[in-house]
Write a protein that binds this ligand. Structure first.
Ligand code: 3PG
Length: 395
């Protein structure tokens, strides 16, 4: 794809789609500004090369209504701190005020339009809405990898009026995830966790066919254990996916892909941070108990499997990472990946909750790449074409 390096931006008003869909607490404070920081290289490059930068994003799911607590004001504030520049805002992303603000914007200045999803036309990819957005700029850049799986007016529609190129974040995401899937340095191992098999069937199928090994943890491991005939007590399980789990196990077997399930697990007497808990072998889960994390033997198994890997992709936490008693599987996996990165392996963290766990552990800079996409990186790993990427110009 063409990037901002391939175009002349001097003196132009550049309309940039970013993904500033960041988590806010009840006081509207940003609790994780990773996505804002991740867009800075593109914004800074454009400013340094003489562009006036008009940013647009969604925040949350306001469903076409103006929702006060989903305004982008806190984001503008944080962005201003990071850029050390005033960031102008508008009360609406289209209309006379947005047009006037865009028109008056000078090279080196930044404008952040209000939440795109205050208009239902954004998610409907309405052509007239897309045309009004496009009219605000001379050039269009998409740096919103996290939203690239959505065919919305600001990611797809707008490119019918203004040809688009990729920003640096978009480029980096596509390069890392793309290289891992198309041309990985081998051995290539994938770690897949998260609560449900049903969310990740397509990604598991694809990884089984291209990776040398797939390591399973998280709630979804329970469904696989049950498919193998183990009793799993009161653990979260998807009864309707046991057959699918069996087919995936069979597929891995046929393709000679290593497929690792937990050897031991942390079980608890209830789903609570202060529940009574203990480590047991996978065939020792008593009725009334539930699996909430992988155990130490499993971590060792994973460590050995990952020892020689040259490419490691990880998606989905391996236990209930938000409860300290059940976070060890996830934390130890982060440690293994940090070490493997230092030893020269390429480590790629895709997916919202595993990326958040890595951020929280302060280990993001110690990985080769932490994706800013949740749904987007999952769809990329599934091998689907992302509409926001497809809409950009080829080199
Ligand atoms: C995300 O957080 O995954 C993206 O910003 C997309 O948000 P959405 O799932 O509401 O479309």
């Amino acid at each position: 794809k063409k990037t901002i390096r391939d175009i002349d931006v001097a003196g132009k008003r550049v309309l940039v789609r970013v993904d500033f869909n960041v988590p806010l607490d009840a006081n509207l404070h940003i609790t994780d500004d990773t996505r804002i920081k991740a867009a800075i290289p593109t914004i800074q490059y454009l400013l340094d090369h003489g562009a006036a930068v008009i940013l647009m994003s969604h925040l949350g799911r306001p469903k076409g209504e103006v929702v006060e607590k989903m305004r982008l004001t806190p984001v503008a504030q944080r962005l201003g701190e990071l850029l050390q520049l005033p960031v102008q805002t508008t009360a609406d992303c289209i209309g006379p005020d947005a047009e006037a603000a865009a028109k008056a914007l000078q090279p080196g200045q930044v404008l952040l339009l209000e939440n795109l999803r205050f208009h239902k036309e954004e998610e409907k990819n309405n052509p007239d809405f897309a045309r009004q957005l496009a009219a605000l700029g001379d050039l269009y850049v998409n740096d919103a990898f996290g939203t690239a799986h959505r065919a919305h007016a600001s990611t797809e529609g707008v490119t019918h009026y203004l040809p688009g190129v990729a920003g640096f974040l978009m480029e980096k995401e596509i390069n890392y995830l793309g290289a891992a899937l198309e041309n990985p340095k081998r051995p290539f191992k994938a770690i897949v966790g998260g609560a449900k098999v049903s969310d990740k069937i397509a990604v598991l199928e694809r990884l089984i066919s291209i990776a040398d090994g797939v390591l399973i943890g998280g709630g979804m491991a329970n469904t696989f254990l049950k498919a193998e005939g183990y009793e799993i007590g009161d653990s979260l399980v998807e009864e309707s996916k046991i057959e699918t789990a069996r087919e995936l196990l069979q597929k891995a077997h046929e393709q000679n892909t290593e497929f690792l399930l937990p050897l031991d697990v942390v079980i608890a007497d209830r789903f609570a941070a202060d529940a009574e808990h203990k480590v047991v072998a996978k065939d020792q889960v008593a009725p009334g108990w539930r699996i909430l994390d992988i155990g130490p033997s499993t971590i060792n198994l994973f460590r050995r499997s990952l020892a020689g890997a040259q490419t490691i992709v990880w998606n989905g936490t391996l236990g209930v990472a938000e409860m300290p008693a059940f976070a060890k599987g996830t934390e130890d996996t982060i440690d293994i990946l940090v070490k493997r990165t230092q030893e020269g392996a390429t480590t790629i963290i895709g997916g919202g909750d595993s990326a958040a766990a890595v951020e929280q552990a302060g280990a993001a800079d110690a990985m080769s790449h932490v994706s800013t996409g949740g749904g987007a990186s999952l769809e990329f790993l599934e091998g689907r074409v992302l509409p926001g990427v497809a809409a950009l110009q080829d080199k």
